[in-house]
Design a protein around this ligand. Structure first.
Ligand SMILES: Nc1ncnc2c1ncn2[C@@H]1O[C@H](COP(=O)(O)OP(=O)(O)OP(=O)(O)O)[C@@H](O)[C@H]1O
Ligand SMILES: [Mg+2]
Length: 283
């Protein structure tokens, strides 16, 4: 079970997050990034955050502490932003909190060096959970006190959106070419050798046990919340054994096309992908 706290003050929205997470204070005097059950992405995002966040921690990766947060929407009454008001109103009850890392900065591949061993672990972990949201466009990693921290595991385990096809979906390969750590020569083989044996049925069962019942009830095809918890274990267990053989990792062959309008592109210097910048620097 995750520790449960009660939200006492909504501080401010984090506008860079697509789901409009907010910074919220709680009755344990902690400050959290709160992810809301009423957000457009739905409660499965929160289930994924818990299972993958807990699993990552148990594999020795840095993921901020997680809690469940009781929210009384009344704490948002003074919030001037209509969108935030609506989100809080739709999210009464249990939400997810992630320990806020004060002073952390977003990971920048040009400013922060990651060694091949750590890059390998992160890429292997993302392949395991099928994370499609750690690309160079949106790294979802923070640097805090000189260390790399992993956040945002909401867009993972795509198979939980279609349970009847879960086994087939989880058997699919993982394309890591766009991964934010692809340029750091991730040592996938070493990561798999170290981490795969740790991903046992017991460990996955423990991670799934941390998901509150409220986010699991009434899933079509499942009689009980525990049956649904068990369904999360199987695809990850199967994937852990062999996913390292099915990770595609190629440096992008050409620079990304600029998204800037034509009248502006003539004035811009193309931004090289870090892999190419490294190559050019003669590494
Ligand atoms: N624990 C944390 N400590 C400090 N800042 C955080 C933390 N978690 C998230 N943030 C900040 O909030 C932003 C949004 O968080 P997050 O990526 O988890 O939200 P999201 O809505 O799932 O985003 P996305 O648009 O990537 O789907 C992050 O990019 C980061 O800047
Ligand atoms: Mg994000």
């Amino acid at each position: 079970m995750l520790p449960e706290v009660t939200a006492t003050r909504y501080v401010t929205p984090l506008r860079e997050g697509g789901s409009l997470p907010g910074i919220v204070e709680a009755d344990d005097l902690g400050t959290y990034v709160m992810k809301f059950t009423g957000a457009g992405q739905g409660r499965k995002t929160l289930v994924a955050e818990v299972i993958c966040g807990r699993l990552g921690r148990r594999l020795g990766l840095r993921v901020p502490d997680l809690v469940t947060m009781q929210l009384d929407p009344v704490i948002g009454l003074g919030e001037p932003d209509q969108e935030v008001q609506e989100l809080l109103k739709a999210s009464g009850g249990l939400n997810l909190g992630m320990d806020f890392l004060p002073g952390s900065i977003g990971f920048d591949p040009l400013a922060y060096e990651v060694d091949a061993a750590e890059a390998g672990k992160v890429v292997w972990f993302d392949a395991l959970i099928n994370n499609v949201d750690r690309s160079w466009r949106n790294p979802n990693m923070l640097v805090w006190h000189g260390d790399l921290w992993l956040i945002d595991h909401g867009a993972t385990m795509i198979w939980h959106h279609n349970w009847p096809g879960a086994a087939a979906s989880a058997a699919k390969p993982y394309d890591a070419s766009d991964h934010a750590l692809a340029p750091f020569r991730p040592d996938i083989a070493a990561a798999a050798a170290e981490l795969a044996p740790l991903v046992t049925k017991e460990l996955l069962t423990e991670a799934a046990a941390d998901v509150p019942d409220e986010w699991l009830v009434d899933e079509p095809g499942f009689e009980t919340t525990d049956a649904l918890r068990r369904a999360y274990v199987e695809p990850l267990l199967a994937r852990a054994a062999t996913i390292h053989e099915r990770i595609t990792l190629t440096a992008p062959s050409k620079p990304r096309p600029s998204q800037a309008p034509g009248w502006l592109t003539g004035h811009l210097t193309p931004w090289p992908h870090p892999a190419e910048a490294q190559k050019a620097a003669g590494e």
